[in-house]
Design a protein around this ligand. Structure first.
Ligand SMILES: [Zn+2]
Length: 152
């Protein structure tokens, strides 16, 4: 074996088989790390989770895209079956290139609509999730800040 790098992980982690949540979020590098580390782990306290990062988050599933929708159903099914998460969290973000909606209010409304549609759809298709929560991350370029808002 020719080890090129080693790192430590939290004690006991590698022996665990179940996680707390499945996360769906956009691939966008500007939001991804803050969303997974600060918001999901830090604020929501979901330390163990399966992140499913897909361009546009839930957009391809809601639109029943012929490539994205089957992939997302498959990935969600694997996470649900293997790791038995009780919660599903979906986080969309402002200025998302997958949506490419120039007007911020129109973009927010579209995200909110898709998140509500996704919540209903996934609650029917994946009954093992006891809770499905949806959020929008609003980025403020000038303040270098992201605010998270829950969509209910
Ligand atoms: Zn995006």
């Amino acid at each position: 074996m020719n080890t090129v790098f080693s790192t430590s992980v939290p004690k006991g982690l590698l022996g665990e088989h179940e996680c707390e949540a499945t996360i769906i979020t956009c691939i966008d590098f500007r939001f991804r790390d803050a969303t997974l580390n600060d918001f999901i782990r830090g604020h929501l306290g979901l330390r163990t989770n399966d992140p499913l990062t897909v361009p546009g988050g839930i957009k391809g599933l809601v639109e029943n895209d012929s490539v994205v929708a089957p992939y997302m159903r498959w990935a969600l099914g694997v996470s649900a079956r293997l790791h038995k998460p009780r919660e599903l969290v979906i986080v969309h973000h402002s200025t998302c290139g997958a949506y490419s909606i120039a007007d911020a209010k129109q973009e927010f409304a579209r995200h909110a609509q898709d998140l509500q549609t996704a919540r209903t759809m996934l609650a029917e298709q994946f009954t093992s999730f006891q809770k499905i929560r949806t959020f929008i991350a609003n980025g403020d370029t000038e303040k270098s800040k992201i605010d998270y808002e829950e969509i209910t």
